[in-house]
Design a protein around this ligand. Structure first.
Ligand code: HEM
Ligand SMILES: *[C@@H]1O[C@H](CO)[C@@H](O)[C@H](O)[C@H]1NC(C)=O
Length: 320
């Protein structure tokens, strides 16, 4: 076989198969207003609450990395049955009420047609654009899953090294650069003091990779070993343009102003620092890469065709 034949087979036979039944504009006939309904609702929310961009980005990530992008994260625990929402990394997630709001409008416009998994994907895409991030077309056609088990939630933690964090991304088929790109989502949103005090001198843990002024600032927010701040305060992940979807995250970690250990390590590890410097220097290249990496993340282990179901209520299985 010639190399050109192999390339042709890849583009026309294998590539469409990899995204089987997910396509841009999947609801074009079955629910033409679907993407507009989602966009309007996200716009309304964003106007009064800019934190929605971070809420949705984290929700989309935590959904897709556990059993694929199938809305399994959206299920509420019920008597005798747990759900992914109860797992440690998910207890602080927010924004589920926006998904409910969008779902109820869509159920009136086109009953049992648009999946909850697609709502999360589309709403995240729209919220990123509203915060200044890239605009991109995203394929749809996901179906909602039938399982949500807290014991299956196995997301990377913030204190991992780059190598260890990458293990979970590599298992999902990502390249290291794509992990660096997706972590750029930390250009918006918050963490909590409890996840950062292991790096702060006020807690007896001075981390030399953190800028001294940032160490002092976070010490004022989080308190000290003897007098920890009450109610675990929030800390912005991007210490400069905290609500803007830009490349400032990479510039901050390049200046020792990363908040989570994993953020700071990206700028220091020999395997990732060049990508970080490249994104810090070129915001457009970051945004382009981010859009492709999000499309890839949104295609992880999706249910298509007749698999799964189209939930009526994103919080409960139809046959509950
Ligand atoms: C190695 C990979 C990652 C690790 C270890 C990690 C870890 C974390 C941690 C610990 C927090 C703070 C949670 C809290 O204090 O409540 C956080 C927040 C966040 N993460 Fe990640 N993350 C990773 C990858 C990602 C990816 C791939 C995305 C999305 C594409 C993402 C989006 C976000 C967002 C937007 C927030 C802020 C949430 C909010 O303010 O509501 N993260 N992440
Ligand atoms: C904050 O971000 C703006 C816009 O990217 C930049 O011009 C400025 O130098 C940054 N400031 C700091 C202290 O990093």
């Amino acid at each position: 076989m010639k190399i050109s034949d192999i390339i042709l087979i890849f583009f026309f036979v294998l590539l469409p198969y990899a995204f089987a039944d997910l396509k841009v504009g999947f609801y074009g006939r079955s629910c033409p207003s679907a993407e507009t309904i989602v966009r309007r609702a996200v716009q309304r929310r964003f106007k009064r609450d800019r934190a929605i961009t971070a809420d949705l980005l984290q929700m989309h990530f935590h959904d897709c990395f556990v059993r694929g992008c199938d809305g399994s994260l959206l299920i509420d625990p019920s008597r005798g049955r747990g759900s992914e929402k109860q797992a440690g990394p998910n207890v602080n997630l927010d924004g589920f009420d926006l998904i409910d709001e969008i779902k109820s409008v869509l159920e009136k416009a086109c009953p049992s047609t648009v999946s909850c998994a697609d709502i999360v994907t589309l709403a995240t895409r729209d919220a990123v654009a509203l915060a200044g991030g890239p605009r991109y077309n995203v394929p749809t056609g996901r179906r909602d899953g039938l399982v949500s088990n807290p014991n299956e939630v196995n997301l990377p933690g913030p204190s991992l090294s780059v190598t260890h964090a990458f293990q979970s991304f590599r298992e999902k088929g990502f390249l290291l650069q794509e992990m660096v790109t997706l972590l750029g989502a930390h250009t918006v949103g918050f963490t909590h003091c409890s996840l950062v005090q292991s790096r702060l001198s006020s807690f007896g843990n001075r981390d030399p990779t953190m800028d001294l002024a940032l160490d002092a600032k976070l010490g004022r927010i989080c308190g000290s070993t003897r007098r920890p701040a009450r109610n675990d305060p929030q800390i912005v992940l991007d210490q400069n343009t905290s609500f803007v979807f830009d490349n400032e995250y990479y510039r901050q970690i390049g200046n020792k102003r990363g908040v989570l250990h994993i953020d700071q390590q990206l700028a220091l590890d020999a395997s990732t620092r060049r990508t970080v410097a490249g994104f810090a220097a070129n915001g457009e290249s970051f945004k382009r890469s981010f859009a492709s990496a999000m499309i890839k993340m949104g295609s992880l282990d999706v249910l298509v065709g007749n698999a799964g179901e189209i939930r009526k209520n994103c919080r409960v299985f139809n046959n509950h």
